[in-house]
Unconditional design. Structure first.
Length: 453
């Protein structure tokens, strides 16, 4: 009997076959199994089967009772007998498959779940279970197909729409209740879990968000939406190594170029620049006739190539980015960040067009303005440069700088990294270079001090 079936009234397909009297008898037996009173349940079921050996309900419940009692061999005898009695019963195959899955017999489970789906293609629980089974076998294409099928058959689709409306209208408590209800009825329900994780993240409870998503992925490991959300949340927590593990798994699951872009960014966060470049190049191979998206990948390539010291290739990547995404100020800033790149007059005019075009993304206009300011600075046109630096700062989105708060922040850093703290971080190594940590001036010239030292 399927997991959870003892926690609700007998299903419609059973009730059609039973008289009211039999229905009550089976419900009593189901309650006995649920309460762990398997001995009495088995005695009652044997009585039924003695007069009707092919009773599918009694065979299914007997299998469930024996499983609960720890007698797996006898349980499988009952489930197999049900399949033999009615080979065209999707439910009999489903019960046998579920028992096999619980006992670690994944091949046997797949055979009978697939047979159940041949008989009843809209058998929602089977699609959920074979997702996990195919994922374990690393047949990711079949696992992803199962995800798509189960989503299209989700019996809670109307509730999902209600939950979305509750979120949209600001009724967060209602949305949370609906999400928890979905997960209670279907452990790890993807849409319910995604909503609950979103609400946790929105409240700043990122660790709780991670727990929700990991629980959901235990039940739905091939769900790319859940895995992407987990990666993003791990990055918020600074858990970059864990984020890399998940992102590497994601591209195995779904080789869409966007997943390779995500992996490239995560590699960059841990300083693995060769892998960052490789992932970006893999993303580029998978983009077909989408110039704008390819331009975004060029930007990633430019950053990685710059750090790897491959300047001419990096410059070319930034130029490709600028050509393919004309409103992308980040490409111009990538060139400016070389510090000694020479911009011509046409370059300056192109940057100015981005800045003055209010339809472009504010962050891109901002980066173009910083690049233009750097261009004038390099030409010793300092008045013009300062004017553009001021415009660039004014264009920065969500800028809320408070000088006093920033000073307190710097003082906390200095206090937090005193000599006693540093002594506890690592053992002293003889005949090794002495590291110098520049603290208390974040984004305020620490690189310059390092170069001077």
């Amino acid at each position: 009997m399927r997991e959870g079936s003892l926690n609700r009234p007998l299903s419609v397909w059973v009730r059609k076959k039973l008289t009211e009297e039999n229905n009550q008898r089976y419900q009593t037996i189901a309650d006995q199994i649920k309460q762990g009173n398997t001995d009495d349940a088995i005695i009652s079921l044997k009585e039924i089967l003695s007069s009707n050996p092919d009773d599918l309900v009694a065979l299914s419940m007997s299998g469930s009772a024996y499983m609960r009692a720890g007698d797996e061999a006898e349980a499988f005898n009952c489930f197999e007998a049900a399949v033999k009695a009615d080979p065209d019963s999707f439910s009999a195959h489903g019960d046998l498959a579920f028992a096999a899955m619980k006992c670690g017999q994944s091949d046997r489970a797949l055979i009978h779940f697939e047979k159940a789906l041949e008989i009843k293609p809209d058998y929602y629980p089977a699609w959920n279970f074979i997702e996990a089974l195919y994922f374990q076998k690393r047949d990711y294409a079949a696992a992803v197909n199962a995800v798509e099928k189960s989503e299209s058959l989700d019996p809670m689709d109307e509730e999902y729409k209600e939950m979305q409306n509750a979120l949209k209208n600001g009724y967060l408590e209602n949305a949370e209740k609906m999400a928890r209800s979905m997960i209670a009825r279907h452990p790890g329900h993807p849409r319910g879990s995604f909503m609950l994780a979103h609400l946790a993240s929105r409240a700043g409870a990122h660790e709780e968000c991670t727990k929700i998503l990991r629980y959901a992925l235990q039940h739905h490991p091939a769900n790319a939406m859940l895995r992407k959300t987990l990666i993003q949340n791990l990055e918020r927590l600074g858990e970059f190594i864990l984020a890399v593990d998940e992102a590497e798994g994601l591209v195995k699951l779904d080789s869409d170029y966007r997943n390779w872009v995500l992996l490239s960014k995560v590699y960059g966060h841990i300083g693995s620049y060769e892998k960052q470049l490789s992932a970006a190049e893999e993303a580029a191979k998978k983009i077909e006739n989408n110039t704008k998206e390819l331009g975004k990948v060029d930007l990633l390539r430019g950053h990685a190539l710059k750090i790897l010291g491959r300047r001419s290739e990096s410059e070319q990547a930034y130029h490709d980015c600028i050509i393919r995404t004309p409103g992308n100020g980040a490409g111009w800033w990538g060139l400016a960040d070389f510090k000694d790149y020479t911009f011509n007059q046409n370059d300056k005019l192109s940057m100015q067009k981005i800045i003055e075009n209010k339809s472009h993304n504010p962050s891109q206009r901002c980066q173009a303005a910083f690049a233009l300011a750097k261009a004038f600075e390099s030409d010793n046109e300092f008045n013009e440069s300062f004017s553009w630096y001021k415009k660039a700062n004014n264009l920065r989105p969500n800028l809320n700088f408070n000088q006093k708060d920033h000073k307190k922040f710097c003082e906390r850093i200095i206090d937090g990294f005193d000599s006693d703290t540093l002594k506890n971080q690592a053992e002293k190594q003889d005949n090794m270079p002495t590291p110098i940590f520049i603290i208390g001036m974040p984004r305020s010239g620490s690189t310059l001090i390092e170069q001077i030292l």
